[in-house]
Design a protein around this ligand. Structure first.
Ligand code: AMP
Ligand code: GLY
Length: 416
């Protein structure tokens, strides 16, 4: 079987390694990929999305797996182009990927189908925005993709004014509307599902640590670490998530004529009133994927191939017990900026953990150096949370580069 994964980060590296561990290892390709990814997957000749489709046809690719969302939501849509070319694709068409690409679309979907979420209004101008904000805290969201920077949880009116100015006056993220949303409180939970038309399978849940500094302080990032386990939250919480959120979402997609075959990521907040949806993403989370994939056994390649063809076979995927902890090593200046070119030491010394490359490249001497904000994901599994944590921190301590940043409290703040 030939499988091509789209993307270039730690999530795609983890997906590719998990696919490579299938009982009959598939021939793997990646686009655009990275130097580390090309140790497990082959390069393509593609320059852009249309030439990628051409490459997949020529090469006889059996399955395209969408890692990141960017290609799914383009004008052409990765899944739309794959469908037209007859290539099975794991990832939804652009119409359904609006659930991630447009916050206003997602909110209207949630309300239409009676799925719990924060109250909101959508505005077009700064005047409308200021009229809609009746107090703080309040959450403001740019209605489009903004590389994780389009959301402001505002605790003061000064923050509200600054964000409204940046988005609706200076147009920092380009044209687009603003969602003004009620601020929810509670622990966050990332729930992943495989969705195949009207069927679904709930996968091992995870928690992402978004703030850059310990104690959930500092600006939001793409994620500084994650913890995953079937035991992360109680069975009763997962049952409520399934009944109030997953089932109505799958039914809503059908009712709205939105085809869906792919991972769907529910970003939830466990509020005092029960779980509520903060956002949908039409792909796996990053860094949650790096934590979850090592807990999977079975036959991921066959599972995804059949699922993309319309056949969901939960028994092909073994979801192991235990705990998995992922620690991100980020570069100097992240998340405001990132520094590239810092040589990474100690990679060969780590034992018994997995290291996925989020943003690295090989330098002229062949050594790995930083190349982006998030650089590496070090991931450990163990029967208990404490053991997994201890292992990940002990091994990650062997790896360093100039200016590296890492949180010391990943997987300590967990659910009661
Ligand atoms: P999003 O891009 O929608 O996932 O938002 C990024 C982050 O902002 C989330 O992971 C939350 O930490 C926070 N956030 C988003 N919406 C809300 C909300 N309504 N209430 C509180 N925090 C929120
Ligand atoms: N972990 C957050 C995201 O993947 O969007």
């Amino acid at each position: 079987m030939k499988i091509l994964v789209t993307g270039k980060g730690g999530r795609e590296h983890a997906l590719l390694v998990a696919l490579a561990e299938s009982p009959v290892p598939p021939q793997l390709f990646c686009w655009p990929g990275s130097d580390a990814i090309f140790e497990v997957a082959e390069r393509t000749r593609a320059r852009d999305l249309p030439s990628l489709i051409g490459f997949m046809l020529e090469e006889g690719i059996d399955l395209c797996v969408a890692g990141e969302e960017s290609l799914l939501v383009t004008d052409q849509g990765l899944a739309n182009l794959c469908e037209a070319a007859g290539i099975p694709c794991w990832g939804p068409p652009k119409e359904s990927a609006q659930l991630e690409a447009s916050k206003a679309f997602a909110k209207a979907f949630l309300v239409r189908h009676g799925i719990p979420t924060a109250g909101y209004v959508v505005v077009d101008t700064a005047e409308e925005a200021m009229a809609a904000v009746t107090g703080v805290p309040v959450v403001l969201k740019f209605d489009g993709l903004a590389a994780g920077k389009g959301v402001a949880v505002c605790e003061t009116m000064a923050e509200v004014e600054a964000f409204v100015e940046a988005v609706l006056v200076k147009r920092q993220f380009g044209a687009g509307r603003l969602v003004v949303e009620e601020c929810l409180r509670g622990p966050e939970l990332s729930v992943f599902c495989s969705i195949v038309d009207d069927r679904y399978q709930i996968l091992t849940p995870a928690r992402d640590y978004k703030r850059v500094r310990d104690g959930d302080e500092g600006p939001n990032t793409g994620g500084m670490g994650a913890v995953a386990s079937p035991g992360l939250v109680g069975a009763e919480v997962m049952a409520e998530v399934e009944r109030c959120i997953v089932q109505p979402t799958v039914a809503g997609l059908r009712a709205d004529g939105l085809p869906y075959r792919g991972f769907l990521y529910f970003g939830l907040m466990l509020t005092a009133e029960g779980p509520k949806v903060i956002e949908y993403n039409c792909r796996f989370g990053d860094p949650e994927c790096e934590a979850v994939m090592p807990l999977f056994g079975g036959d991921l390649a066959q599972y995804l191939k059949l699922a993309a063809g319309g056949e969901l076979r939960p028994e092909l995927l073994e979801q192991r017990g235990g705990w998995s902890v992922c620690l991100i090593l980020a570069s100097a200046g992240y998340p405001e900026t990132s520094r590239s070119g810092d040589v990474i030491g100690g990679l060969e010394a780590v034992e018994g953990v997995r290291v996925y490359h989020c943003g690295t490249r090989r330098n002229a001497e062949g050594a790995y150096e930083s190349h982006g904000g998030r650089v590496l994901a070090v991931v450990a599994q163990a029967p208990t949370l404490a053991e997994a944590r201890e292992k990940v921190y002990a091994e990650a301590a062997k790896v360093d580069f100039a200016g590296s940043q890492r949180r010391s409290d990943i997987a300590t703040l967990h659910f009661s």
